[in-house]
Design a protein around this ligand. Sequence first.
Ligand SMILES: NC(=O)C1=CN([C@@H]2O[C@H](COP(=O)(O)OP(=O)(O)OC[C@H]3O[C@@H](n4cnc5c(N)ncnc54)[C@H](O)[C@@H]3O)[C@@H](O)[C@H]2O)C=CC1
Ligand SMILES: O=CCc1c[nH]c2ccccc12
Length: 288
Amino acid sequence: MSFKLGDGIEMPLIGYGLGSANMVIEHKDVVSATDMALKNGFHHLDCAEAYKNEAAVGESIKASGIPRESLFITTKVTGFPGQNVEEAFSSSLQKLGTDYVDLYLIHLPYVAPDEMSSFWSQLEAIHATGRARSIGVSNFLQKHLEALLEKATIKPAINQIEYHPYLQHGDLVRYCQERGIPVSAYGVLTAITKARPGPVDAIYAELAAKYGVGENDIAIKWCIDQGIAVITTSSNPERLNGFRDSVDKFTLAPEEIQRISELGQEKHYRAVYGGTMESSQMIEAELE
Ligand SMILES: NC(=O)C1=CN([C@@H]2O[C@H](COP(=O)(O)OP(=O)(O)OC[C@H]3O[C@@H](n4cnc5c(N)ncnc54)[C@H](O)[C@@H]3O)[C@@H](O)[C@H]2O)C=CC1
Ligand SMILES: O=CCc1c[nH]c2ccccc12
């Protein structure tokens, strides 16, 4: 199933995530995880320079023999103030072993508001060369988007954010969607994998029983049925295929989506970048 980006380009609805917070994954394990994803038909790969594993992903892509046009490759420039985006981008392309990416994102809104437009213009310049088919952002709140949009000539094609019942970011999703900036979600399984016990446990279990699926499927469909794409990951092929199968298996009723949203608002939990999105401690430690 595919998902329309803000610029009209189609992206596979579920992306396979290659970032693992707070964990160093060995080169060979990244190669075999990517092999497994590709063999199971997950052709949308979510990478980042900060994950420091683009070379392993590139190695697996090359070995797979899958034609480049059948893949959808996302990568991200970290977004440090003063960063030379062209340099970061060329290095990503070289490591991934490709001459273009499908989607290039600013990973984090580190850049000050008055510098944001000029930082974004570096991505616009890359887009103009055709080496990034689409450009977008990640972890951007409304204030960051406002700063970026002030002088942008191209709107971000997506905003990739942590999104689950315990982190709904107020009106951010509506703000983005109303401006033609679709949203993709990471951390979608947080209420199950990291934040138990919690107020959505019972409704996840109830709806999983009702639809004859797993609770992971309910978590993923709560995003998809709100028009949000999903980036998830697993080293377990059965679990991975289960994520994809859930898309067509059932549809959550609007009142079920609403109930999960309401219950989720009773708890706040951020799985990644503990504290605030402005917190740079974790990313700086990772990049050392
Ligand atoms: N743009 C950004 O700043 C960020 C992007 N991401 C992207 O999103 C991807 C997915 O991120 P996650 O937060 O890991 O996503 P997630 O919430 O989808 O969790 C996936 C993890 O849950 C585990 N899991 C699945 N079902 C489970 C179960 N029933 N019990 C226990 N564990 C279970 C999987 O093995 C996997 O490690 C990353 O690989 C990365 O590509 C992630 C974090 C930040
Ligand atoms: O992108 C999300 C989380 C993550 C995983 N590994 C790293 C390294 C540096 C920054 C962020 C992350």
